[in-house]
Design a protein around this ligand. Structure first.
Ligand code: SF4
Length: 317
């Protein structure tokens, strides 16, 4: 994995510490500006400033109106920036197309990805809105990995998002434009164990899809493959599925390990299953055995090295 190139990722500008919020402040996120900025090249967007609103500015909110959801001024409901925000989102598409992930500011009527306050006709908020800019981004790029900064505080969601960004980037730099069927089947072979950890049925379905690729249907198959892959990866990998994958990998060592080594591995996987040690423990042990007994399929497998180890994401799973 080449980690010297930073992956372009979009972000709500205030999360980088830019003072663009309606109150003139920011929402700098230390994990994003610290750890993640070593791997991601952030492209920042502030849709409200982008449509010409000032800093500071009157706050807006989402209102469930007769003609759909609208972004209106909190104090002055005649201020309607709905169309401007949607147009801004569409106008950013050429730059959005160059990105491999997006981190949105949670709760914002412009940037929130989900559960944004949406005010009903009685003026009561319900947590079922989507920020208008975020909605445009997700509609135009449905496979783009997206997440909110608040959810990145959860170890499983953080690992899930970062892994999706690395895989989506790899797809676009190695597979998307490739004209050979082999590029797709190699990609699937590499990703298979990872897919199994997210959803075994979808992993099988993707295997059938990749195997159905021929030169004359490659474009269509690849489009379907990417869509299903990204939606599968969005499902958070369960402990049970990880154990299945670990046992599957263990099977590649069945003739190489003696009884003591096997028992040690079984114990490490059991400890992970019982929540006594993090995922990195059985993975590290497996890597140790595969260093002594190399296997090309396992060595190339995304599951064994999904992102730079320095991110330490599997230490918390
Ligand atoms: S949440 Fe979005 S619109 Fe609001 S300040 Fe941050 S970047 Fe700008």
């Amino acid at each position: 994995m080449n980690t010297s190139v930073k992956i372009p990722v979009g972000i709500s500008s205030c999360l980088l510490g830019n003072e663009v919020r309606h109150n003139g402040g920011h929402k700098r996120d230390a994990y994003i500006t610290g750890t993640l900025s070593d791997y991601f090249e952030f492209h920042s967007f502030c849709p409200e400033v982008g449509i010409g609103m000032s800093v500071p500015r009157p706050p807006i909110r989402l209102v469930d109106a007769d003609d759909g959801v609208r972004a209106l001024g909190v104090r002055d409901p005649s201020m309607d920036v709905t169309d401007a925000l949607k147009t801004y989102g569409r106008e950013q598409q050429p730059e959005l197309k160059t990105l491999f992930g997006f981190i949105f500011k949670k709760g914002s009527p412009s940037c929130g990805m989900e559960r944004v306050k949406l005010y009903n006709e009685k003026g009561m908020p319900e947590n079922r809105g989507v920020g208008l800019f975020a909605a445009e981004v997700m509609k135009a790029f449905p496979s783009l990995p997206v997440e909110e900064e608040g959810r990145l505080g959860d170890a499983r969601l953080r690992e899930n998002f970062i892994q999706r960004v690395f895989i989506y980037h790899y797809w676009h730099t190695h597979v998307a434009e490739a004209t050979a069927v082999k590029a797709l089947t190699d990609f699937h072979a590499r990703l298979k164990l990872t897919l199994m950890s997210h959803d075994q049925d979808c992993a099988r379905e993707l295997g059938r899809l990749a195997a159905s690729a021929r030169p004359d249907n490659l474009v269509t198959v690849k489009a379907a493959y990417l869509t299903l892959t990204m939606s599968t990866l969005k499902k958070v990998a369960s402990r049970k599925n990880h154990v299945n994958v670990l046992q599957h990998i263990q099977g590649y060592l069945k003739r190489e390990l003696d009884a003591d080594d096997k028992a040690e591995l079984v114990e490490a996987i059991g400890q992970y299953y019982r929540g006594e040690v993090p995922l990195i423990v059985p993975i590290t042990l497996l890597k140790h055995y595969f260093r002594k007994n190399p296997d090309d399929y396992i060595a190339n497998s995304w599951y064994m090295t999904p992102y730079p180890a320095e991110l330490k994401l599997r230490n918390q799973l």
